[in-house]
Design a protein around this ligand. Structure first.
Ligand code: PEP
Ligand code: MN
Length: 344
């Protein structure tokens, strides 16, 4: 910790701070500058009380951690990029990975049509919600286990691994039985007990950014997964709440290079929840890839106008095929490959 004293602090008041630092089990190192005094306190914060209480002392200007609060997720801890492996798919490597599928699994025909279409266009992972976090209790809540079974069937037919949302601790075993990746949604991004339970399954976790979550809080939520023995984590930017109403959420693409700097783990962008508008999806994807995203999570529905959730933001299969064609040169320009259509 770094403790900065206010200017013109008496020797007696400085001594009192030093004594307190020692009393709490740390070694103080004093640096007297021209304008103020800075104290470095060395010690293991997991084994001693925190020094943060010094903030309230009248002679103290500020108390700051030296090290990042996120440790296992940080680049400092692991300078090389980490990858997340799901069956034959590697996220965070040279290939740009596209995950696509409907917001909600609605029926067998809806899911199979979508799964085959996105596989044909070069998607590598199938998304689909079986348990949906809907704002209103009167909106479609998802098919539950029936939806999971359909996802498993689509995986058998297409070979695509499946990502689906884990909404509650009550569903951990059930969802883990069917999913290849567990999605923790924006509304649960700081539900730490759920995150720990998800981590313990050993499955890869895609952690969405919370609706009003700072990047540091998001990194710390991911830290929970690593701290519980699971290193397979991806961070997914999906827009945050702002005053803007042209879009459903304000997508924070600056978070992509920031995360790439702060963490070794893969970064994903969800342009669908991000803008809430199908007409913005392609532009957001191009920007995200140019800014270094490792993967995209895109909503596709055979007939978005008939969708049971998020109709305004889902692409048609044809729209998705166009998007993939448009992505290819941008992916190439930033040194990434993208699976060719019909390569599955
Ligand atoms: C979704 O992916 O359909 C979804 C509900 O996402 P989020 O948690 O980002 O709102
Ligand atoms: Mn959705």
């Amino acid at each position: 910790m770094i403790i900065i004293l206010k200017s013109k602090v008496s020797k007696k008041d400085e001594k009192a701070v030093l004594n307190e630092i020692k009393r709490l089990g740390y070694r103080p190192h004093v640096m007297h500058g021209v304008a103020r005094t800075v104290i470095g306190a060395i010690g293991d914060e997991t084994r001693h009380p925190t020094l943060e209480a010094l903030r309230a002392w009248p002679q103290v200007e500020s108390v700051m951690p030296v090290q990042k609060r996120h440790k296992l997720t940080s680049r400092e801890a692991n300078p090389e990029n980490s990858t997340v492996k799901v069956r034959d798919v590697v996220i965070g490597g040279p290939e740009l990975i596209v995950m696509a599928g409907p917001c909600s699994v609605e029926s067998e025909s809806q899911l199979m049509t979508t799964a085959h279409a996105i596989a044909k266009s070069g998607a590598r992972i199938l998304r689909g919600g079986a348990f949906k976090p809907r704002t209103s209790p009167y909106e479609f809540q998802g098919l539950g286990e029936k939806g999971l079974k359909l996802l498993a069937k689509a995986r058998r037919e297409t070979g695509l691994p499946v990502i689906t949302e884990l909404l509650s601790e009550d569903h951990v075993e059930l969802v883990a039985e069917y999913a290849d990746i567990l999605q923790i949604g924006a509304r649960n991004a700081q539900n730490f007990q759920l995150i720990i339970a998800a981590a313990k399954t050993g499955l890869p976790i895609l952690l969405k950014r919370g609706l009003s979550m700072k990047i540091e809080e998001w990194l710390l939520a991911g830290e929970y997964v690593l701290a519980h023995g699971n290193r397979q984590v991806m961070f997914c930017e999906r827009g945050i709440r702002t005053f803007e109403t042209y879009t459903r959420n304000t997508i924070d693409l600056a978070a992509v290079p920031i995360l790439k700097k702060e963490t070794h783990l893969p970064v994903v962008v969800d342009p669908s929840q991000g803008g809430g508008r199908a007409d913005l999806v392609a532009a957001i994807c191009l920007g995200a890839v140019a800014m270094g995203a490792d993967a995209l999570l895109i909503e596709v529905h055979p007939n978005p106008r008939e969708a049971w959730s998020d109709g305004a933001q889902q692409l048609t299969p044809a729209g998705f095929a166009d998007l993939m064609a448009g992505l290819r040169p941008v992916a190439g320009a930033v040194g990434r490959t993208l699976r060719k259509p019909d390569a599955g």
